[in-house]
Write a protein that binds this ligand. Structure first.
Ligand code: SAM
Ligand code: SF4
Ligand code: SF4
Length: 361
């Protein structure tokens, strides 16, 4: 039987950039719901050596899957240029992601370029940890000070099944230790919790990292993309995560570090540190969402669940000035209305959306 082809990347060259609805074209921006622009996530590659079942299921991202040709990727110089223009609009934080960002050749050079160009921006990176042991020292030397490592289970069999690349958990745990020893501490650890798959690991993860200084963030399984077979029944609500942890380790909520912080903070009452919950499904935080995403091929996405992005690369490669770029970003942001998680239903979950590995988590 012929295989169904599911579109992974947008089929055409993105949405047209709208006209500026109001000035200024630089400086802080507000969208239609008054939300600012604080956080920029940059996907540096759409490739990954893992096939996490909730992100890049192997039957879709198989040997026939066509990743972007190298010429389509923004170069490091182009990424830095766009980041500078975003800085002009007030972003305070940049996260490098993917795909697996440590697979992008010379990633430490990009870190160095960004940290030199934008020394007052909080620069961080999310990785699956598979190459972090080898790269941690170079990343620190290039100016990276913080890193997030994804880790879905301490149980080796569960971890290997979830990454679907037979990658052992011991190597990720070792990478976390090495990263911390190189100066990237405290490490944030992302665990996507999928009911019936790894939810039995929640308390073990809490136990393992309590007292280490590292912070585990328990993330609700989301309907990103259109290929991961998401069902509401597979979501373990964060409230249940907190209840289960609290049964063993009494805990209490902590005030956010800043407005719009995605993870809600909890701390152990005995002083064992803190953990976070990211409740994108059961407690939507669209009303404070101040994140923009730049895809591997230079499109601007204003929501993780958008079907398409706005093509900035044509401006960059078509001879546009920084002013043109700045106006385009302003025009897009000023018209932004996104609130997907507030209106999610079983039907919306089936709509075409960009894959997370393409725009970055
Ligand atoms: N490859 C890197 C990694 O895994 O850390 C960076 C990219 S990955 C897309 C970024 C984050 O998104 C990871 O922490 C991953 O667990 C999370 N993620 C991916 N698919 C998800 C889903 N369906 N629901 C919730 N989080 C997801
Ligand atoms: Fe790769 Fe990260 Fe997606 Fe897993 S979550 S498949 S490691 S991009
Ligand atoms: Fe932001 Fe879209 Fe997520 Fe809402 S659904 S929090 S608008 S990325």
């Amino acid at each position: 039987m012929p295989k169904t082809v599911i579109p992974v990347a947008p089929a055409r060259r993105g949405l047209a950039i709208p006209a500026l609805s109001r000035d200024p074209s630089s400086g802080p921006l507000a969208d239609t719901r008054g939300r600012g622009l604080r956080d920029l996530r940059i996907s540096v590659t759409d490739r990954c050596n893992f096939r996490c079942t909730y992100c890049m299921p192997r039957d879709v991202f198989d040997e026939n899957h066509e990743f972007l040709p190298h010429a389509e990727l923004l170069t490091f110089e182009e990424i830095v240029r766009v980041a500078r223009v975003f800085r002009g609009h007030g972003i305070a934080k940049i996260r490098l992601t993917g795909g697996e960002p440590l697979l992008r050749r010379g990633i430490e050079d990009l870190v160095a370029m960004l940290s030199q160009a934008l020394p007052d921006v909080d620069l961080t990176l999310t990785t699956n940890g598979s190459a972090l042991k080898q790269k941690a020292r170079a990343l620190y030397a290039s100016g990276l000070r913080r890193v997030t490592v994804s880790l879905d289970s301490l149980d080796d069999a569960t971890f290997r099944a979830m990454n679907d690349a037979d990658f052992p958990v011991a190597k990720v745990l070792e990478a976390i230790d090495v990263a911390a020893a190189e100066g990237l501490a405290p490490v944030k650890i992302n665990m996507v919790v999928k009911r019936g798959t790894n939810d039995h690991q929640v308390v073990d993860m809490a136990r393992r990292f309590r007292g280490s200084g590292h912070i585990v963030r328990f993330i609700e399984f989301m309907d990103v993309g259109a290929t991961n077979g998401w069902k509401m029944d597979d979501v373990l609500p964060s409230a249940e995560v907190v209840r289960r942890i609290g049964e063993t380790f009494p805990c209490e909520p902590v005030n956010p570090n800043h407005f719009g912080e995605v993870a809600r903070r909890w701390r152990y009452k005995d002083g064992g540190g803190e953990f976070g919950i990211i409740s994108s499904v059961t407690q939507a935080f669209c009303s404070s969402c101040n994140r923009a995403r730049l895809s591997t091929d230079g499109s601007l996405y204003t929501c993780l669940f958008a079907p398409e992005g706005y093509d900035l690369k044509s401006i960059i490669r078509g001879g546009g000035s920084d002013e043109d770029l700045s106006r385009a970003i302003a025009a897009v942001w000023q018209r932004r209305e996104d609130r997907y998680s507030e209106i999610r239903t079983a039907e919306t979950a089936r709509l075409r959306k960009v894959e997370m590995s393409f725009i970055g988590g």
